[in-house]
Design a protein around this ligand. Structure first.
Ligand SMILES: Nc1ncnc2c1ncn2[C@@H]1O[C@H](COP(=O)(O)OP(=O)(O)O)[C@@H](O)[C@H]1O
Ligand SMILES: [Mg+2]
Length: 1085
């Protein structure tokens, strides 16, 4: 390794010098054979697919770093089994219970209620709580707090104006109470013996009943009153609580319930215990892997996970993990990798009190994770913040006490890290977790991921990096890059049997035999002539062996094929299938109609009654979510899908069928194959999972090669992705002052993944040459300036190189344009065009309609692949108002040009195709903003609704990029306010009143409308909603979804309140440099 590498390694080794040799401590895969890449370089699956299926969307992977890839898959996690109840078992719920009773008692006091009943009732609660041994200690604390509340209440009740207490926001009452509790606790409770035993239980119980008994007196006559009006009373209490909460919300005081206060005390106690355990060098892991036992309970409650798999335990107790070294672990799909990462993240958030970044591959997965972790966050006291699409704040809000878990897509994760480095807060990031780490080898997104990690390695000595991945061949390179330990296991919770089908014979894959397979059985299914013709691959036979009682996935090469196969199968399914879960399926269709303004895709309308649906990126995210939900609950039993379903989502099936060994026109790759078949077998439901790959005789050899070949290697794309890779990197290195002179930049480069693989990837050039070339390109483009007059040629000369590596300084500075591009994460390839377009806009921005502004924020990289339908273009053009037509003229598209295109006439004048296409896309967006209906726009422009939605998401992201770009350039100040609003419009693209509801992660348009119509009009309404009421009033809302919505809303509300509090504190803080030294004298005082 060269000098630079060792420099970086030295830095790292300071941090982790206690590491033993990796090989000695961990199973390390056999040394990878790192041959040069073949010319048939593996390509990205999605890209291939889109090229085939949807030419316009093909460029999505090539968008600017800020933009999200728009494959929306769903849940990584199967959470919240339907009968798990947030409200029933948790400590929070128990506290709630107690709280309610407390309220009731206070009412009884006035009503002179039956004391005995009340005591019995309270004692029961107490017993319930004590049976929860895990939370024993904390219960005690909690109950004490409660008792004190009672006392204070009692005192208050003797005062003539005790009721006044009820008129001030309960958060303030709570504040005073908790302050009192806190000081009381300090007074002795914390040092007392924490062991919970029956005597202390008794003592507390007694104290409890005692304190309640007193104020109530002994009026027995009221017992009847109580029992008869019990229901009403409960209700009125609920009303009371609700109105108190609403009052709080209206008053804009932070919503802090009593529950919250009690819960926090309780948790703080457990955490400080866990922290101590962690700090002590003993091997004692404390209640649950150095975490409060509450975490274990929550996993059981929310996810039904009672026990860790053996490998999960092993992994969590590895020396390297205990010592906080970087770690890569890889297991087959469905192995349960997420749980390990989550436990480590919670340790970091709760015990080490550091922020955590989790990077996930897709927007929809980020959202799902946020929904699923919000309830943990509320219970355990940390923030979950979304960094996906156009959401996310840069730099993130500094939190006062609680720590933040940022859940981000690859692109947003990168921007977040940049902003943390810029504000010198990178050390606050204790842990970074990357799911699907192998994506580092996939196109521009891989390059962005690589930059992010390299920057963290270079700038923060204390940030731990943990990467998860499906099994990889050349993990050693990644290990070297991340300086990471490695753990791997072949564990799968359900056994997987792999089969191949050729004609009517099924073979089992068997690596022990010579040709890799053994005969298994012949298909036994009577085919009519018609069926034989329609279904030569025997798909109907294969699927009917499992559905409807078990689930089945059929992977198809293209989107169109998915739809065709779904329809074909339904044509031949017996009518009996219609009866299976008939009512539920009917609901699904109704629900689809509901979320899509009365539209249902005709194909789905025909297939869903059979329990069958297609699943690909042509669906809107609302539709996809709904179908996935129906599949997870067994209402739908068969999905025909593209390979994108396999990447990331957790939708397992009893049987996985691969309709052909192709993804679009490309032959299947080993990693893709593994990922698809990995979906077979539902943990805890199926005893085995099976995969069947259907192939033709002609493909047999290639398939056998595929099955027996080792996994593909993972290669750096940093340099290959020129403008999106190395150039973007250099711009930000210099912009952020991470490395500004050529020597440092070179050193940085040698510590990247590319640096590790350079000798395999780019033999003909040295790393130095590559570095100089990229810097030079940026300088020529006016994005960088250098402080030396040396030319590129001179820089490449021998003596300069040796000097530069040593004492010779050649410093680079970022220009204004460079900074704007880097801040806006604008692809270097487009930054000068964007600049020109914006500049031209200053001369004559047409503001009578939004079209011009939309055009400016239409993503450049979507234009080349767009193929306008000229007839539609022409028709739309004709309907434009004079002002809108003027916009077209301003950007350089004339009606006559489009007219000629329609009639197929030759066009002499040279017209930039990208501009014409971009205006077409802008027209689509413009119509969408006006009509706010994806379906009608999709019809109008004859494009798949999923594509329209992707365009919208892309434009929303790009609009926020352009905004950041303009913020850096004074001449564009006028755009700023306009773009803030436009970004909002594009992000939500709905009627304004729905926006506050859609801020809640997971609430999409359809749902927002329902909620709004049911009276939930603000975030506060949602955060304070009652699960049961919500389920009752909102059609087709499962308990699980209702709970997720409420927890996400609570989380968001909490975040907002916290941010406002922070702002208030900042405003009131006395600056240290007030003239006259007021501050210093105050400080002294
Ligand atoms: N210890 C466990 N017991 C039961 N289920 C588990 C356990 N660990 C994980 N799971 C479940 O297994 C499924 C797959 O886990 P996941 O982490 O998504 O796998 P992958 O390794 O593919 O990332 C999830 O539904 C998860 O909740
Ligand atoms: Mg996973």
């Amino acid at each position: 390794m060269d000098e630079g590498g060792s420099r970086i390694r030295r830095r790292v080794s300071v941090r982790k010098r206690t590491r033993p040799g990796l090989e000695s401590a961990f199973p390390v895969p056999a040394a990878a054979e790192l041959g040069p890449r073949e010319s048939g370089e593996p390509r990205e699956p999605e890209k291939l697919e889109e090229e085939e299926e949807e030419p316009c969307a093909g460029g999505r992977r090539r968008r600017t770093a800020e933009l999200q890839p728009l494959e929306h898959n769903d849940s990584e996690e199967d959470m919240f089994g339907d009968n798990d109840s947030f409200a029933e078992n948790s400590i929070l719920a128990q506290v709630d219970d107690l709280e309610q009773k407390y309220m009731r008692v206070s009412e009884h006091r006035e009503d002179s209620t039956d004391v005995t009943t009340e005591n019995v009732c309270l004692e029961n609660v107490e017993c319930d709580r004590l049976s929860n041994t895990a939370a024993g200690d904390s219960t005690k604390l909690n109950v004490n707090g409660y008792t004190k509340n009672q006392r204070r209440l009692k005192a208050a009740s003797h005062e003539p104006e005790a009721d006044v207490l009820y008129d001030i926001p309960s958060s303030q009452v709570l504040y005073f109470e908790s302050m009192q509790n806190f000081s009381d606790n300090l007074g002795g409770q914390t040092n007392k013996d924490r062991k919970w035993d029956s005597s202390s239980c008794k003592m507390v119980s007694e104290e409890l009943s005692h304190s309640i008994k007193q104020p109530q007196g002994t009026d027995e006559s009221s017992s009847k009153v109580r029992s008869s009006s019990d229901v009403n009373r409960r209700k009125s209490l609920k009303d009371y609580l609700k109105s108190a909460m609403t009052g709080n919300a209206k008053a804009q005081t932070p919503v802090l319930s009593r529950t919250k206060q009690l819960q926090e005390t309780l948790l703080a106690e457990e955490i400080s215990m866990a922290k101590k355990t962690m700090e002590s060098s003993s091997n004692d892991l404390g209640p649950f892997y150095s975490l409060p036992s509450r975490v274990r309970d929550l996993y059981a409650q929310f996810k039904g996970i009672e026990q860790l798999y053996e490998w999960q335990h092993t992994c969590l107790t590895l020396n390297s993990v205990q010592e906080r070294r970087n770690l890569i672990y890889s297991l087959p799909t469905s192995g349960g990798k997420t749980l390990v990462a989550e436990i480590l993240m919670l340790q970091e958030l709760l015990c080490r009190k550091k922020d955590v970044l989790m990077i996930l591959p897709y927007v929809a997965i980020v959202q799902e994770k946020i929904s699923s972790l919000s309830s943990f966050a509320i219970e355990l006291g940390f923030f979950v913040e979304e960094y996906a699409g156009s959401k996310g704040k840069f730099p993130p809000i500094k939190r006062r006490e609680k720590k933040s878990l940022y859940i981000a897509t690859i692109e947003k994760g990168h921007s977040l890290v940049n902003s943390l480095i810029e504000t010198e807060r990178i050390n606050c990031l204790g842990l970074v977790v990357i799911d699907e780490l192998h994506m580092i080898g996939e196109g521009s997104r891989g390059a962005v991921l690589e930059m992010t990690l390299a920057k963290i390695l270079y700038t923060s000595k204390t940030t731990q990096i943990i990467g998860m991945s499906a099994t990889l061949n050349n993990v050693r390179d990644l290990q070297q890059f991340l300086q990471a330990a490695y753990y791997t296991s072949q564990f799968r919770p359900v056994e997987l049997k792999e089969y191949l089908k050729i004609n009517e014979t099924i073979y089992e894959v068997d690596s022990k035999t010579e040709n890799g397979m053994t005969f298994s059985r012949l298909l036994n299914y009577k085919y009519s002539d018609a069926l034989k013709k329609m279904d030569p691959d025997h798909l109907v036979a294969l699927v009917t062996e499992v559905i409807p009682n078990y689930s089945c996935l059929v992977f198809c090469p293209t989107k169109k094929n998915c739809e065709n196969v779904a329809e074909m199968i339904c044509k031949f399914l017996s009518k009996d299938y219609l009866k299976h879960k008939e009512k539920e399926k009917h609901e699904v269709i109704k629900n689809l109609k509901n979320i899509s303004n009365g539209h249902v895709c005709p194909v789905l309308k025909r297939t869903i009654p059979f329990g069958v649906a297609y699943h690909h990126s042509g669906l809107t995210s609302d539709e996809r979510k709904l179908l996935e939900e129906a599949y997870s609950t067994g209402v739908l039993c068969l999905f025909t899908c593209t390979s994108t379903l396999a990447a990331g989502v957790n939708l397992p099936a009893r049987r996985v069928i691969l309709r052909a060994p192709y993804v679009a026109k490309e032959f299947l790759r080993r990693n893709q194959y593994k990922q698809m078949i990995g979906r077979a077998g539902r943990a805890g439901i199926d005893t085995t999972g099976e995969s069947i790959l259907i192939l033709q005789e002609k493909d047999k050899k290639q398939v056998l090669d595929l099955i027996s070949s080792p996994l593909e290697n993972c290669y750096s794309h940093l340099v290959q992705e020129f403008t999106k890779g190395i150039q973007t990197l250099f711009l930000s290195l210099i912009g952020l002052k991470i490395a500004t002179n050529i020597g440092d930049i070179y050193h940085f480069m040698s510590g990247t993944f590319f640096g590790v693989q350079q000798k395999i990837l780019l033999k003909e050039k040295s790393l130095w040459e590559i570095t100089v070339e990229a810097l030079n390109y940026l300088t020529e483009k006016g994005l960088l300036q250098k402080d030396t007059i040396l030319t590129e040629k001179e820089l490449l000369q021998e003596e300069t190189i040796s000097k530069s590596k040593g004492e010779f300084q050649c410093n680079f500075y970022i220009t204004k344009l460079g900074r704007a591009s880097f801040k806006g994460t604008i692809d270097v390839a487009y930054c000068d065009i964007l600049y020109k377009d914006l500049k031209k806009g200053l001369e004559g921005l047409m503001l009578e309609s939004l079209l011009h502004l939309i055009y400016l924020t239409t993503p450049y990289d979507m234009a080349p692949q767009c193929e306008p339908d000229w007839m539609i273009y022409f028709r739309q053009f004709n309907q434009l108002s004079p002002a809108e037509q003027k916009v077209a003229a301003l950007v350089g598209v004339s009606e006559s040009f489009i007219g000629k295109k329609v009639s197929g006439q030759a066009i002499k004048k040279k017209v930039d195709k990208n501009i014409v296409n971009r205006l077409y896309l802008a027209l689509i967006l413009y119509t969408l903003l006006k009509e706010t209906n994806i379906w009608s726009v999709s019809e109008k422009f004859n494009m798949p609704r999923g594509y329209i939605q992707n365009l919208l998401t892309g434009a929303a992201s790009f609009s926020s990029c352009v905004l950041h770009f303009c913020e850096e350039l004074d001449e564009f100040w006028v755009y700023r306010a306009l773009l803030v609003e436009l970004t909002k419009k594009l992000t939500y693209c709905v009627k304004a009143e729905l926006i506050p509801l859609m801020e809640v992660t997971g609430v999409l348009e359809g749902r927002a409308k329902q909620l709004y119509n049911a009276g939930y009009r603000s975030l506060m309404h949602l955060a304070n909603a009652d699960t049961e009421v919500l389920i009752e009033t909102i059609d087709h809302l499962s308990r699980r979804q209702a709970k997720q919505i409420i927890s996400s809303a609570k989380m968001l509300l909490h975040e907002k309140a916290e941010a406002l509090q922070e702002e208030v504190e900042q405003l009131l803080r006395l600056p240290s440099d007030v003239p006259g030294g007021v501050a210093s004298s105050t400080e002294k005082a």
